[in-house]
Design a binder for this molecule. Sequence first.
Ligand code: FAD
Length: 619
Amino acid sequence: MNVFDVIVIGGGHAGCEAASASARLGCATLLITKGEDKIGELSCNPSIGGVAKGIMVREIDALGGVMGQVTDKSGTHFKVLNASKGPAVHGPRAQADRSLYKKAMQDSLNEHANLEIRSASVDDILVKENKASGVKLEGGSEIRAKAVILTAGTFLKGVIHIGGSQTPAGRKGERPSISLALALKKLGFKMGRLKTGTPPRIDGKTIDFSALEVQDADDKPLPFSFMHSKIDVPQIKCAITYTNHKTHEIIAKNINKSAMFSGNIKGQGPRYCPSIEDKVSRFADKDRHQVFLEQEGLDDQTIYPNGLSTSLPEEVQEDYIHSIKGLENCKITQYGYAIEYDYVDPRELTLSLETKRLPGLFLAGQINGTTGYEEAAAQGIMAGFNAALKAQGKEAFILARSEAYIGVLIDDLIRLGTNEPYRMFTSRAEYRLRLRADNADQRLTPKAIQLNCVSRETIDRFSLKMDRINKLETLLLEYNLTPNEAAKYGLNINKDGRRRSAFSLLKYKDINFAQLAEIWPELKDFSEEVIEQLEIKAKYHDYITLQDKDIESLNRDENIKITAGFDYDQLHSLSHEVKEKLNMVRPENLGQAARISGVTPAAILAILAALKKQRRKSS
Ligand code: FAD
């Protein structure tokens, strides 16, 4: 067959989610990628998730996506980052076995009904009556579709840099997509150049681990997927080492040989995932940088030294790697490199990720100026849904900023564009108390059920969980105590004579569920997962109400004046980047500040809070 509802170009993280989403909506979907055996390749770090990114993976899972399930089948070191902080900033993360990840992703896609996969290279997008109507393959054959999703990652006019040497490539050992990049340019898309990099890989058998700190995975690994209750993959340790004065000296002495610093690379690199030469020159006052030594697979002792991305020449990589504790005698199996590639200005897109210039063409992933597997997958699932809905003549599926990090990501991209690789942070989300990893299913699975893109098993499991949560909430709102009654059970609350529900009692910092279950034993009948939801709901209730009010007032009044000489540097929650931009522009009111690219709604809320405080002090 050479006519489909939806064609997805690319089998990376965006492409896999896009193909799965489109097929789950019942569209005849074709995934075309340069090599089927590379589907699900982790191009750089062997890990999924992290702060904010992990929340997106859970959101993708809540929408029926594949990344979470695949990670659960391949994760070798699960750890919730920020576990000691509040649930809003918990960052589920897992190191993954590269080949298990790829296999699990390929198995998962092969099990999808309505999805065909072909190995080929796309050279052009076909256009009919000013709409995308299919693709032209290398060699000239054509395939038609009602909608096309392009997820070409780092492949568009990709060039690999190591020191002074440059090699055209989409990834190490893979051909770049030159014709396709030229075709997009010809269609009139506004394009730019970005870069990213990867560290050298090391043979683990040649590292002296006895000299290094080790980090264990969590005792009870938390699955990414709401459909899984446990992880069956064996968990392994990772080791930690540090760069030192000598490492920095070698790098500083050779900095002009780095592709980035020699002027060979014009594209902007990721601000928050800098190369080691970036770190050494930008943070010259730091005397060491942490390096996590992550094993690439259960049966593969190759080590990924997380934190050492570089485009220095091979001999300099040898020198500085050997200056690091534990790595003195190690063998490098693959040198680090930087890759420069074309991206499309995401302001070319609508909220559904369809291009304004060529209706029927959707873009997702690194091609839109983002970096990271999770950011790519998040866009992929949305582009997959929306291309399928378009092919079916239905309304687009959009997530608001208040509903999901996925909504924040897409809104930021299409509203503000980006001139450096965009990465997700919790600080970008103004509704972050609501947008947590633990409640992604409650926020999004009802929408997925409505879309009809999840299995019967998912619906049943979710309904059962929600029944239990609602039952427990009803009980907690029903049971109540006066302060005197509470005191008899050792619970110390305001002596105002007011009766409080068990739900209100849970809001107190020093009252926990176990204490309430001693008073009302029926509460012991609920699972840990259900109890956790109610504890979080109660503890966060008043903060969320307050945050919602702030956001409402912010939306109401853009004209709130920012006092001349306002000190942005005193606001600790603002990133260095945001402070820099605000100090440069010196906006007169909040509306102006909000329109500065990179200034997040969360930053605006922090400024609003500081202005209110100032006003209270002076009145
Ligand atoms: P990719 O995963 O790149 O997938 C693109 C897919 O498109 C591939 O399957 C390819 O075969 C296919 N394709 C391309 N052109 C065509 C065509 N013409 N026809 C058919 N198929 C085509 N992210 C980080 O967060 N931190 C990092 O430090 C980091 N470092 C990186 C270093 C390197 C060297 C590379 C290559 C990537 C790095 N990344 C990093 C980025 C990360 O790999 C991407 O963010 C993520 O893989 C993007 O997913 P994607 O689906 O958009 O594209």
